[in-house]
Write a protein that binds this ligand. Structure first.
Ligand SMILES: *Cc1c(COP(=O)(O)O)cnc(C)c1O
Length: 394
């Protein structure tokens, strides 16, 4: 059994690019450098590559290609869905419903809107991190123009009942956006079944390149206006101007094409790695707790609280394992802990909480090695701590 160190266990932060994705991108980084909008052979070549990618992306979520707008990533898609929508619809009302467990891209863009005259209701989740559809329903007002909720949580993996909430909003004729960044590639996402009005996602969480994402805009649902945030050459239906990033789009398309064929395989891989590590840790350690939902979850994520262990120490003692103390997207402690705080974890528990994100390229041998290392190190930290306490009491 030979294992290459360090082991990457942070696949909710980003993923390794799939070699098959790199292969299809290479020509567009070298000889196929045309501008998507140019009316000559180089342009046509870029144009058809982008449109093929759009088809692959659309197929994965069961949408039409013309419902996909390319952006620089989920952060931009979410900002466009929130701010672009708010700007274009403020005459209809200024109330927006979201939650306390959103990714910062959602949370911060809504905080911005709250500073310029919009009123945001941030719903509190239950202790597993789920937002209850009844809470959404009971908070809807006459001036509610938008509901925006995370699909699968980046920190704890909890999956919301998007189908119920989305279809309720559709009935009430309220625009519904979901941040599906962590759901795509981990569970089946079918927009014709779920009916969101808008949906954001990104390439680099599904083994594609960074800096490219998409906003799905449902054309078979409610009609609504959206203002662009970036103005210029009218690309992407005038919703997102700027020269298209052809190599990244081609890679994003390939990543989605792979998922269309291999989603079930990926899911069962995540499940087996997840089950192995969770069982191993629980059977070898006392006072370890799984955060989030046991059943409504994505299986590439494990979020655990280990009593009496500072996760900073744990990470320092096992530099060969790359895992996370919290959301990689934020630097300040306070922000990082917003999601765990909303679940009701104490500050002390948050300091003892870590996140493992399994990926397509992790092997079971890696997970066995990582599980053993984690147990050894946690036991070691705990025994040192109790030695210290004994010394003091003696
Ligand atoms: C990573 C992530 C984002 C941000 O995506 P980028 O493409 O990095 O901007 C947004 N929401 C969730 C849930 C994420 O996990």
């Amino acid at each position: 059994m030979s294992i290459k160190l360090p082991i990457y266990l942070d696949n909710n932060a980003t993923t390794q690019i799939d070699p098959r994705v790199v292969d299809v991108m290479m020509p567009y980084l070298t000889e196929k450098y045309g501008n998507y909008s140019s009316k000559h052979k180089f342009g046509y070549e870029a144009h058809s590559a982008v449109e093929l990618a759009r088809e692959h992306i659309a197929k994965l979520i069961n949408s039409n290609p013309d419902e996909i707008i390319f952006t620089s990533g989920a952060t931009e898609s979410i900002n466009l869905a929130h701010i672009g929508f708010a700007v274009a619809n403020q005459n209809k009302g200024k109330h927006i419903i979201s939650s306390l467990v959103e990714h910062s891209a959602s949370y911060e863009s809504l905080l911005f809107l709250s500073k310029v005259g919009f009123e945001i209701t941030f719903l509190k989740p239950d202790e597993t991190g789920r937002i209850h559809p009844e809470d959404v329903i009971s908070n809807i007002r006459k001036d509610t123009i938008l509901v925006s909720l995370i699909f699968a949580n980046n920190e704890i993996g909890t999956v919301n009942d998007i189908k119920t909430i989305s279809n309720f909003c559709l009935n009430e004729k309220i625009i519904f956006h979901t941040d599906a960044t962590q759901a795509i590639g981990k569970i089946k996402v079918d927009v014709r079944e779920l009916n969101p009005t808008m949906m954001s996602f990104t390439s680099h969480k599904i083994y594609g390149p960074k800096g490219i994402g998409a906003l799905f805009i449902n054309k078979k649902s409610l009609k609504f206006n959206l203002s662009p945030l970036i103005f210029g050459g009218s690309q992407e239906n005038s919703l997102r101007s700027g020269t298209l990033n052809v190599p990244a789009i081609v890679g994003f398309g390939k990543a989605c094409n792979i998922l269309s064929n291999e989603l079930d395989e990926d899911i069962s891989h995540y499940k087996s790695l997840n089950e192995f590590m969770l069982k191993y840790l629980i059977s070898h350690l006392d006072e370890i707790k799984l955060n989030g939902s046991k059943t409504h979850r994505i299986f590439n994520n494990l979020n655990l609280t280990v009593k009496d262990v500072l996760v900073q120490d744990l990470m320092r003692k096992i530099p060969d394992l790359a895992f996370s103390t919290g959301s990689a997207c934020s630097s300040e402690n306070l922000k990082k802990n917003r999601i765990l705080k909303a679940l009701g974890l104490t500050d002390e528990e948050i300091d003892s909480t870590f996140r493992i994100g399994f990926g397509r390229f992790n092997t079971i041998d890696e997970i066995k090695y990582a599980s053993e290392k984690l147990v050894q190190t946690i036991l070691n930290i705990r025994s040192k701590k109790s030695e210290k306490i004994n010394k003091i009491t003696v």
